[in-house]
Design a binder for this molecule. Structure first.
Ligand code: SF4
Length: 961
């Protein structure tokens, strides 16, 4: 009988009588969602993979990618041994000699110890879509280099930072829509990128329960295909829509005033007098600040006494509107207004008509949407009988549900206006009172955190010293100009210029600028660049052809401008060819790994959850997990955290490190939260347990902690939860996390730009930029690229999406998934295509001011007429990923990256084509035009690029024909 979600292996017709079959559980890594999977083995050979029904994330569901993991294992593109580029060969030519791991470690140890002892910032470590940033970040910090980040700067840092600087949490890993209780779900700017299987499961239940799903997106694919209504929007204009929705909600007085007064800074008083305090909250110098980092001792205007009162004082009646003068006391005579008054003024002109002209959504539809979300939030309000106590000691009998949920990701993020757009969404959600309430947005541990979290990046040369760990973590959350990573001359401390005046709140770094900056020597040159799992010479860079040249460019003395390039990857990507040293990584089925509470766990709404990978197969050839490489290097380089007091190696290997490492002496906090304590009896906090891996293995590779219901909602202000989070090191403090409708942090940067604030100031050429974009209230501005584009010539927007069946560039070496996508089309609205004389399936040109690409067209009604789009990273260099020379991927597939610029010259100076606040890459800002290809032109994509096979690849290319 056919059994769904059975724990038994499926019928195996070719199984021999004496075959040994086994099921091993681990965690998928065919995308970033981290579903639980079961690997079915026959006589030690992997025969198929299915979803683990006992796993909280996917409950047995598996997608095409997950099930195709077996073909990743059998990929002919696997690299199987360490490789050293042959002396005298050019980078990119793929000429390597195999070497032993001992030799590889000797080379690295010698080179890195020399850098560490002299100028540690000459070593840069940047990683792609890995899931171990707590380890890689620790490695960089222990090394002493600030030059570390993962891929967030070119992925979705605007989403993370925009939300975290506003509500102390973010979408996807750290929070999401409560579709179990929502009645209306608005998804905006989301492809099927993040949260794949969990979102599909939740959407299916939501729709079956009668929920209404509105998708706002230039393209109707993926989740949007099952939306009740699709509202096309012009890319980069979502912020204008949020401004208009806020305008409508405030105009109609349909906002949650009690929620805003109590739980946000809406009622807190902002100084309106010109000078150093202008636009900042006023503080009561005599009251206890509670949190010295981000003090709470501000004022509200009390309606009863008509005076300013401490903002948390019981019995007051704060107002949201008006303009006042401070009475007797330290601020006597100062003009003040509640922050909400400033928000009201900010949106006074952002009418639906104004937004309609920008977004292409009819004004009437915007008005109706505002009413729909308000009527659902307030008209369908409900109470859950869950008692809880707030931070001020008041007991509540229930939590209020506001059943409007939103979800957004890279569609909002990947624009140079994405931070303020995301702030707009977070403030809109706050007006509706849907933050950590049933039916709205809900946090996932370790969030919510302080607005913003307390970690700060290195902020002076003194934080970076030879043979010494960094004084501060390489990545953090600035709250004032003095937190920027600048030397005493005001120059960037980091190679990617993160946390400089160009991108002050670059919380995830700017990996997309590292190669160009290093080659230009701007702000300085480096010696060794180590890249893990990132295809920087192809789809992960904004100027593919130039970066490929940069990687090979030399100084007059013949030395490469980036002298040593280490690439660690499991597969022969386009990037591997450029390496000096290639370190062969394992697949996810061959290694231990952790999805840690110190990093990006898989938490659920009801409590912290972390998970692991446990090898189900031996590593192929000489492949070694990058985790083991880092532990080995850290031990050889004698980093303090990896060395005993006697100078001996502290950890045998990665599993041993995970079991025994603690964040501080006897802190009881380590990478894994489950089965801590000597006998595994403790959760979240406790002494190391030598049997911890075994317990994870016995429990579906997951540790799930269910919090009591009274800790599951209103967590920004829930005393019980905040005490719990402090006790278990999810936060350092247990003070309330107030929503920042108005960001005085942004205002501090603005004041610095005007010279009104004492302390650090931006250089002259960046003053206007800082002033303009660091608005303490959300606002919409056109993407920066518009400023340097002839919009009459390049009339269309062009965007990409990650295909559902592949994770970015990872899967063109996967024989099963190639059958779904082996090449991509440019999807063009039928009317637009016909207007340009482009037939369905015809060859055509797409051109921006930066470059052009020849590709094939596909007519579509599921795209806004002003936008064209394609799947990301299907196009490959010829022969890359072990594809044959004439594979569809290189002959018909194409990369939109060739049309995108990495840098823009704005107002006389050149900066990254990124958000001026966070440094998020502006992938989706490019403007293009179309033309049919001539009949005489070759029927293959252009440009064509060649890659090379490297020694030690497992199978002949023919296997992947
Ligand atoms: S959604 Fe991602 S993690 Fe889950 S099964 Fe599919 S590929 Fe694997």
């Amino acid at each position: 009988m056919f059994k769904i979600f059975s724990t038994d292996p499926v019928h195996d017709p070719i199984k021999k009588q004496d075959s040994v079959t086994e099921i091993k559980k681990t965690t998928c890594y065919m995308c970033a969602c981290r579903c639980g999977i079961r690997a079915h083995l026959r006589d030690g050979e992997l025969v198929y993979i299915d979803g683990n029904p006992e796993h909280p994330i996917n409950q047995g569901v598996i997608c095409a990618k997950g099930a195709s993991g077996i073909m990743k294992q059998k990929s002919p593109a696997r690299i199987t041994q360490p490789l050293l580029r042959k002396a005298g060969s050019n980078r990119g030519d793929g000429e390597f000699e195999p070497i032993s791991w001992d030799r590889a470690f000797e080379i690295l140890t010698k080179r890195l110890s020399n850098i560490r002892a002299t100028d540690p910032k000459k070593f840069a470590l940047f990683t792609g879509r890995d899931q171990m940033q707590a380890l890689t970040g620790l490695f960089a910090r222990q090394f002493g280099t600030p030059n570390y980040a993962a891929h967030g700067g070119f992925c979705s840092v605007n989403m993370a930072a925009g939300m975290i600087y506003t509500i102390g949490g973010s979408f996807w890993e750290f929070g999401g829509p409560d579709l179990e209780r929502a009645k209306l779900f608005v998804m905006i700017g989301t492809a099927e990128d993040h949260h794949s299987n969990p979102m599909k499961i939740a959407l299916s239940k939501f729709k079956r329960a009668g929920g209404r799903f509105i998708s706002i997106n230039p393209v109707r694919t993926g989740y949007s295909a099952i939306a009740d209504e699709w509202i096309p929007i012009k890319p980069g204009t979502d912020g204008a829509l949020f401004m208009a929705l806020m305008h409508e909600l405030i105009r109609l007085e349909k906002f949650d005033a009690p929620f805003l007064k109590r739980f946000s800074n809406s009622a807190q008083l902002v100084c309106m007098d010109s000078g150093a305090e202008e636009g900042l909250f006023l503080y009561d110098p005599d009251s206890d600040p509670i949190n010295l980092d981000l003090p709470h001792n501000k004022y509200i205007w009390d309606e009863k006494t008509q005076s300013a009162q401490p903002c948390f004082k019981q019995g007051t009646s704060p107002v949201l509107l008006g303009e006042y003068t401070m009475g007797p006391g330290p601020h006597q005579g100062k003009k003040v207004v509640p922050a909400f008054e400033l928000l009201k003024r900010q949106v006074s002109e952002t009418t639906p008509e104004w937004a309609s002209a920008i977004t292409s959504i009819p004004a009437e539809r915007i008005r109706k949407l505002a009413l729909e979300i308000a009527d659902t939030a307030f008209g369908q309000e409900f109470e859950l009988p869950i008692p809880w106590t707030d931070s001020w000691g008041e007991k509540h009998d229930s939590v209020t549900g506001r059943p409007v949920a939103f979800h957004a990701m890279r569609g909002l993020s990947a624009h140079s206006n994405g931070f303020q757009t995301t702030r707009g969404l977070a403030v809109l959600m706050s007006l509706l009172g849907t933050i950590d309430r049933p039916g709205g947005f809900r946090h996932k541990a370790p969030y919510p955190r302080q607005v913003p979290p307390n970690a700060k990046p290195p902020s002076s040369e003194n934080d970076i010293k030879p043979n010494t760990p960094l004084a501060k973590p390489p990545l953090g959350w600035p709250t004032q100009p003095e937190d920027l990573a600048l030397d005493s001359q005001g120059n960037p401390l980091r190679i990617d210029k993160a946390y400089s005046w160009e991108h002050p709140l670059a919380a995830h770094g700017l990996m997309h600028n590292v190669i160009t900056n290093a080659v230009k020597g701007d702000p300085y040159s480096i010696d060794t660049l180590m890249i893990f799992m990132a295809n920087m010479s192809w789809n992960s860079t904004m100027n593919t052809m130039e970066v490929r040249e940069h990687l090979n460019s030399k100084n007059v003395d013949g030395e490469f401008k980036i002298p040593f390039l280490v690439v660690c990857d499991a597969f022969q990507s386009e990037m591997v060819d450029f390496a000096d040293l290639v370190l062969p990584d394992t697949t996810y089925l061959e290694r231990h790994d952790v999805m840690s509470m110190l990093d990006r766990p898989i938490s659920e709404f009801d409590g912290p959850v972390d998970s692991v990978r446990i090898p189900v197969l031996e590593p192929l050839g000489e492949c070694k997990p990058f985790q083991e490489v880092l532990i080995e290097l850290a031990s050889r380089l004698k980093f303090p955290a990896f060395t005993t007091a006697e100078g001996e190696r502290k950890f045998k290997d990665y599993p041993d490190f995970i079991t025994r490492f603690q964040t501080g002496p006897d802190s009881g906090i380590g990478f894994l939260s489950g089965w801590r304590g000597k006998d595994g009896e403790k959760s979240l906090k406790g002494e190391p347990n030598p049997n911890q891996w075994q317990k994870y293995e016995e429990n579906n590779c997951v540790h799930q902690y269910h919090m009591p219901p009274e800790h599951q909602y209103m967590r920004n202000w829930n005393k019980g939860y905040l005490d719990f989070s402090k006790e278990n090191a999810l936060r350092q403090k247990n003070d309330p996390i107030m929503i920042a409708i108005y960001s005085d942090i942004l205002q501090r940067f603005r004041l610095a730009a005007t010279g009104k604030r004492p302390g650090a100031q931006p250089p002259a050429h960046l003053k206007d930029r800082i002033y303009k974009y660091f608005d303490p209230l959300p606002f919409w501005y056109p993407p920066l690229e518009d400023e340097v584009t002839d919009l009459n010539k390049f009339t269309l927007n062009a965007i990409t999406q990650r295909p559902m069946a592949m994770y970015h560039s990872w899967d063109s070496q996967n024989a099963w998934l190639r059958q779904i996508h082996s090449h991509n089309y440019l999807y063009v609205n039928t009317a637009t295509a016909l207007e340009h004389g482009i037939a369905d399936g015809a060859w055509m040109w797409i051109e921006s001011q930066w470059g052009k690409v020849k590709c094939m067209a596909r007519h579509s009604e599921a795209v806004d007429p002003g936008t064209v789009w394609t799947w990301n990273a299907i196009g490959k260099a010829e022969s890359a990923w072990s594809l044959t020379d004439n594979a569809d991927e290189s002959k018909k597939g194409f990369l939109l990256n060739h049309l995108i610029a990495e840098e823009l010259t704005l107002g006389g100076f050149t900066v990254s084509n990124s958000d001026p606040i966070t440094g998020q890459a502006g992938w989706y800002d490019v403007r293009v035009r179309l033309a049919p290809a001539g009949e005489e032109e070759s029927q293959e994509t252009w440009p064509q690029v060649k890659a090379y096979e490297v020694p030690g690849m497992t199978l002949k290319k023919e296997a992947n024909k």
